[in-house]
Design a protein around this ligand. Structure first.
Ligand code: MG
Length: 336
């Protein structure tokens, strides 16, 4: 098995702003694993929130030597070995995991959703993300998103009420809110969430900083809408830590290290009585198609990274007015 990787620059349709900052491009890494005439493709979308960059991804990938393994079917052993090469580096680990899965699907001639025994008709409708912006630009974005039935709105600013009021004035779409750790006290978070409930918001993601689990548990006892963990949870081992503070978890391949870990997390979260959301970073159709293969198991999907960019080098899962359309194409379902 040979592992290759290259850097790609994904350009965003609109400057993407959340409470932590703004960006116009995403610098990701595409991984290819060649074996026996088949190439599996994966992607890393490194996040500064988790101290990752394209260079940390490249440094991690350069340590990997797959020549000792027989073929990609040995996922458990290969991923255990990759784990020994360093802590963190979840997006780099995810890129390897995704490429191995794509190879397996291609070798078997089936898409991963079939490999896992799933029903493509259960794939949920994904939300489309509306980043923090001026009222004029938010209006423009909401008009552009008029065919999407679910919007995920980024909050965590002094203008939160104005942002929601602006959107509500032009659409009846379902609204989900992501505060990205932006509300700093539990009183502020309570005040905002009770108001959001009056606006018909479906749920809120990560109302307070990742470590504020006691405050979030307090909040949970006082509000009605579900609270979903994002920055508070990365891997399977975190589920037991957050289960009293949140009603659901946002699983991202780039946070947890790939499809294999995500699948374990989905089952563990369901066993703990939690809702499952599948989310993403700014990713090409490689990362999004990978997560979409798991989506029939999710309660909520936020897999829109590929529709927020203008130069997607790949063609995979289709987004039909929010509906994720899985196909019979093998592996991740990429058209190549
Ligand atoms: Mg989030």
């Amino acid at each position: 098995m040979i592992l290759r990787y290259e850097h790609i620059e994904l350009r965003l349709r609109h400057t993407f702003t959340i409470t932590r900052g703004s960006r116009d491009v995403a610098n990701n890494v595409i991984v290819r694993i060649d074996h026996d005439g088949i190439t599996g493709i994966g992607e890393a979308a490194p996040s500064g929130r988790y101290d990752e960059s394209p260079s940390t991804v490249a440094a991690f990938l350069s340590k990997i030597d797959l020549s000792r393994f027989r073929d990609p079917f040995g996922l458990e052993e290969i991923l255990r070995y990759v784990e020994t090469l360093g802590q963190g580096n979840f997006s780099a680990k995810a890129s390897v995991d995704i490429a191995l899965h794509d190879w397996i699907g291609k070798r078997l001639g089936i898409p991963l959703w079939r490999y896992w025994g799933l029903d493509d008709r259960r794939a949920p409708v994904t939300s489309l993300t509306i980043g923090i912006d001026t009222p004029e630009t938010i209006q423009q974005k909401v008009h552009e998103a008029s065919s999407y039935p679910i919007l995920k709105v980024k909050l965590g600013t002094a203008d939160d009420r104005d942002i929601i009021a602006t959107i509500r004035s032009i659409t009846k779409a379902t609204i989900r809110v992501d505060a990205n750790e932006g509300w700093r006290s539990r009183e502020e978070a309570l005040d905002k969430i009770l108001w959001l409930e009056s606006q018909g918001v479906e749920f809120v993601e990560q109302p307070m900083p990742a470590g504020c689990l006691e405050d979030i548990a307090w909040l949970r006892g006082k509000v009605h809408m579900p609270l979903v963990a994002d920055e508070s949870i990365s891997t399977l081992a975190d589920i037991y830590k957050v289960k009293d503070a949140f009603d659901g978890i946002n699983i991202k391949l780039m946070k947890c290290g790939g499809l294999r870990e995500a699948l374990k997390m989905i089952h563990a979260a369901k066993a703990a009585g939690m809702k499952v959301m599948l989310g993403c970073m700014i990713e090409s159709s490689v990362g999004i198609s990978a997560a979409a293969q798991l989506s029939p198991l999710a309660d909520y999907a936020d897999l829109d990274g590929n529709v927020l960019i203008v130069n997607d080098p790949f063609d995979g899962v289709r987004n039909d007015r929010g509906r994720l359309v899985l196909t019979d194409r093998a592996g991740l379902g990429l058209n190549s």
